[in-house]
Design a protein around this ligand. Structure first.
Ligand code: GCB
Ligand code: CA
Length: 896
């Protein structure tokens, strides 16, 4: 029924518009059938034994398996099937099937016949399909079958990277029918027409269009290509006209060059003024329109120099922005366009002017947004970490480079094409071997080829190659000489040394490569939004350490003229399935969360970069907090609260009372705020303009040091052993306090040491290993070894006590991922421990250990109820039998 209506609709449309002449583009995203797994051809034909699932595109089959407790995710075949209906008069048209992207190899069949295939997960591809369609029986339709495969393939980049290679048809798919005479549809799925703005300056610019017209008909055609340039208000600036004679079944080049346009309005991030270029192909005799091409035109010019950095339209400009990965919580890489666009708006709204589309070309919505809202962009192909020294790998890399450039050519926002990323991070062969040296030569040779291809494809933009911070290595292999700009991914104060290592590195580049422009293509630090610390340390994953990191980097980038700019790694948190982390499978460096909630660093950048007046209360999303008072006589707990602002002075109020005004420095000021027990309303505003303001509602649970306090009676208390950070559970929003040593009247541990991974001084607390059976890994990743007791000096009453354990010394090692610090420690011999746990002298767990409940890297929680009497409080004793006793977390809840 639906189908009939659809056909009826099509024929009405056809009648109304005389659409035999117009190009039709229809998305075909709805109602596909999907099967994850291999299918053999007999099954496909008979359609038996296949449990098809109903899905819509965009789609990925890795939405959830990338977050579960098992390492690895499905990498293999996925099959898609759909019936499409075509109007019988499409017989006289050219018909194409157009995929914006599918990861990673794709084969397309129509009505049982193979149409074509595509290699690579991040660029568009299309096929002419008319010969495969049947038009005789329109209601029967035509069956499309698509096989997508995201298996490892040594000939296709990326081979290895710190992100997840989600499989599926994860971008839009279209059916396109055009007149047999049309702008080239077979040029690597580009628009077939390429626009440049020769001799652009403040006072004039030309416009140049270069393209191909395809005549798929059997007769010769005479056509006119008429191109109009329209300004923002659709007022015509000029029309160019060319006559073309098209041979039957041929492709014909055309080139149109305008006279200089006087005083063009320039495109820039501040004023992204777009003209429109609109070209139509007209039948010379009938003047009927056969096809239409339209693209945005931005008049701008730019340069990178080694001394002065970047300039746009003759004015120096510091490029600051972020990288963007394309995945999203629960959606994998299959996002609606509006979410891709939203990411660009986040960068723009932060005051950024630049985006690195990394590490691969992304949805068309990304660069469309950049053109429109004013963000400069660089885009790259994904030869990440290593290459394969085969002809096929080389060809695939080059092909991707060409596809990327041609498909994205007509975006004024794009200023740099890049290729490779940290390609010497995971080299093949032993370090000292001759093969290693040959490998380096082969990498450089491939880089040179990609460079040549890029310059040949597009002389109007810069080229760039981003490296990791091993300066001498990249320099000696030659990778700093090949591209026009060198990108550096720098993690001083994170993966290596300290913050000031950044400036040392940059100065060294400037000295050794005085002619080479440079961009800091990556800088960032993990920020697990559940973790906080008053005493942030490198690699503790707290929001607080990440703030220190970003402050240092932004200053350096702004202060050094020879640094053209920097892009934060990353705008967003993203999945990297193989990562062992406080939040396993995730890279938490994003300044907004996986579901795009800004973190403190985002507000900091906004205060520093945005031209709008900003007052933002830091950590306002940390709405449930706790604090331990030093005495029950205190009525408030003092905690630092950072306010980000580009206003001169900020005033802060808590619960209606003013804390006075403070001058901001470098985008922020820190207030010492007295939080009372319960809900607190914080207001911050610009002292000179009260309408620039922010507020936050923060709930505090205050603990007196004495658990029998009547002023602050406690309901429950949670302590993470072996940890000095605060942890807040996502689901329950409950806080875990850092451990403290027992003092009479209070609570705390007796004896033992905080567990530290052997031989891994990088990790300040516990381990980063994935703990199975919990979402709250950090509680279990830290522990106290050799603990003798844990005491709570509570008043008499009934309580519920929960003990949390996980065996961290498992002897397990995984193949080290370059990014997994947890894997870099010394191998720990598997622990064997047996101990008893007594509560107030009574046996609670006997012979507890690796022989029974305590399994490697698995969360075990055990709770019990206790009636406390005679003022004895609670004493939990740990009696070692074999190996050391442990405790990872403890929780006490008062019942009555
Ligand atoms: C890098 C890589 C990027 C990683 C990042 C990190 O240098 O280019 O792909 O995600 O470091 O967070 O380790
Ligand atoms: Ca712990």
């Amino acid at each position: 029924m639906m189908q009939r209506k659809f056909l009826l609709f099509l024929s009405v449309l056809c009648f109304l518009t005389g659409f035999s002449q117009e190009k039709i583009k229809q998305s075909i995203n709805s109602n596909w059938q999907f099967y994850k797994g291999k299918i053999n051809h007999t099954d496909l034909e008979t359609n038996k034994n296949i449990a098809w699932e109903e899905i819509n595109l965009p789609h990925s089959w890795n939405k959830f398996d990338v977050m579960d407790d098992q390492w690895g995710y499905y990498r293999g075949e996925g099959w898609y099937k759909k019936t499409i209906y075509v109007n019988p008069n499409w017989k006289n048209k050219s018909v194409y099937l157009y995929f914006e992207g599918a990861n990673q190899t794709t084969e397309v069949f129509i009505n049982g016949k193979k149409v074509g295939s595509h290699i690579g997960g991040y660029t568009a591809f299309s096929f002419p399909v008319k010969e495969f369609l049947q038009f005789e029986n329109p209601e029967k339709g035509n069956e499309i079958v698509v096989k997508v495969d995201n298996s490892y393939n040594e000939d296709i980049p990326p081979l290895d990277a710190d992100f997840t290679f989600y499989g599926g048809i994860y971008r839009d798919v279209y059916l396109i029918a055009s007149n047999e005479v049309h702008f080239d549809m077979t040029n690597r799925s580009s628009q077939g027409v390429f626009i440049t703005t020769p001799d652009v300056s403040l006072t004039s610019s030309k416009l140049k269009l270069k393209g191909i017209v395809e005549n798929n008909s059997k007769s010769e055609k005479e056509v006119i290509i008429s191109t109009k340039l329209l300004d923002k208000n659709n007022i015509e600036v000029f029309t160019l006209s060319s006559n073309l004679k098209l041979k039957p079944n041929s492709k014909t080049d055309f080139l149109q060059l305008s006279k200089p346009i006087q005083n063009p309005k320039l495109w820039s991030p501040e004023d992204p003024y777009l003209y429109k270029a609109v070209s139509v192909i007209l039948d010379k005799k009938t003047k009927k329109q056969l096809d239409l091409f339209a693209a945005p035109v931005g008049f701008r010019w730019f340069s990178f120099t080694a001394d002065k950095g970047f300039s746009l339209n003759g004015k120096p400009m510091k490029l600051i922005g972020a990288n963007r990965h394309q995945d999203y919580k629960d959606l994998a890489n299959a996002l609606p366009d509006v979410l891709a666009e939203k990411d660009m708006k986040l960068i723009k709204d932060m005051g950024g002017n630049f985006v690195r589309v990394a590490h691969y070309p992304q949805d068309p919505a990304v660069l469309e947004a950049c053109d429109r809202i004013g963000l400069l962009a660089m885009v790259e192909t994904p030869e990440v970490n290593r290459i394969t020294e085969t002809k096929a790998f080389e060809e695939n890399s080059i092909e991707m480079q060409r596809e990327m450039i041609r498909q994205n050519f007509n975006h004024p926002s794009v200023i740099v094409w890049a290729y490779m990323n940290e390609v010497l991070l995971r080299p093949r062969y032993d370090e000292k071997s001759a093969e290693r040296q040959t490998y380096y030569k082969n990498v450089a040779a491939l880089a040179q080829k990609l460079e040549n291809v890029t310059r040949e494809e597009d002389a109007s933009r810069y080229t760039m190659l981003p490296n990791h911070g091993a300066f001498d290595l990249y320099n000696s292999v030659g990778l700093t000489k090949i591209p026009m700009i060198v990108g550096w991914n720098l993690y001083h104060g994170w993966y290596n040394d300290t913050f000031s290592g950044l400036e040392t590195f940059l100065e060294n580049h400037h000295k050794v490569l005085p002619d080479k422009p440079m961009v800091i293509t990556e800088f960032g630090a993990d920020a697990d939004r559940r973790m906080r610390s008053d005493n942030p340390k490198k690699f503790d994953k707290t929001m607080d350490y990440a703030m220190l990191y970003h402050k240092h980097y932004l200053n350096a980038i702004e202060n050094l003229d020879y640094v053209a700019g920097g892009t934060i790694w990353n705008l967003v948190e993203f999945n990297s399935e193989g990562r062992a982390e406080s939040w396993p499978h995730m890279n938490n460096k994003g300044i907004v969360s996986w579901d795009r909630i800004p973190k403190d660093a985002y507000y900091f950048y906004q205060a520093r970069l945005s031209k709008k007046p900003i007052v933002s209360i830091g950590s306002k999303n940390w709405t449930n907090r706790s604090g331990v008072l030093s005495s029950e006589n205190e009525s408030a707990f003092y905690q630092d609260l950072e306010v980000f602002s580009n206003e001169n002075e900020v005033t802060l109020k808590i619960n209606g009372q003013s804390l006075g005004s403070q001058k901001t420095k470098e985008g922020s000021t820190i207030f010492k705020v007295p939080f009372k027990n319960g809900n607190n309303i914080v207001e911050a505003f610009s002292t000179s303009n009260e309408s620039v303001k922010d507020f936050a509602s923060i709930h505090f649970t205050l603990y007196a040091p004495n658990l029998n306090s009547e002023k602050y009676p406690f309901d429950n208390i949670r302590i993470s052993l072996g940890d000095q950070r605060q942890f807040t559970e996502e689901l329950t929003q409950q806080n875990w306090l850092p451990e403290q040593v027992y003092a009479k009247g209070s609570w705390g541990y007796v004896g033992g040491q905080a567990y530290k991974m052997r031989g891994n001084p990088q990790i300040p607390y516990g381990t980063n290993k994935l703990i199975k059976g919990t979402e709250n890994d950090p509680i279990y990743q830290t522990q106290r070894e050799g603990i003798e007791a844990f005491n709570f000096d509570v008043p008499d009453g009934k309580y519920e006590l929960t003990l949390y354990f996980a065996e961290l010394v498992s002897g397990n090692t995984r193949e080290a991922l370059a990014y997994n610090l947890a894997e870099k420690g010394q191998k720990e011999e598997k622990a064997f421990r047996v101990f008893d746990v007594l509560i107030n002298g009574q046996l609670f767990l006997e012979n507890f250990g690796n022989n029974n409940y305590l399994e490697p890297e698995k969360a075990v929680d055990l709770k019990t109820t206790i009636f406390v009497k005679d003022g004895k409080g609670i004493q939990v004793d740990f009696k070692q039998k074999t190996g050391k006793t442990i405790l990872n977390g403890i929780e006490l809840k008062r019942i009555f």
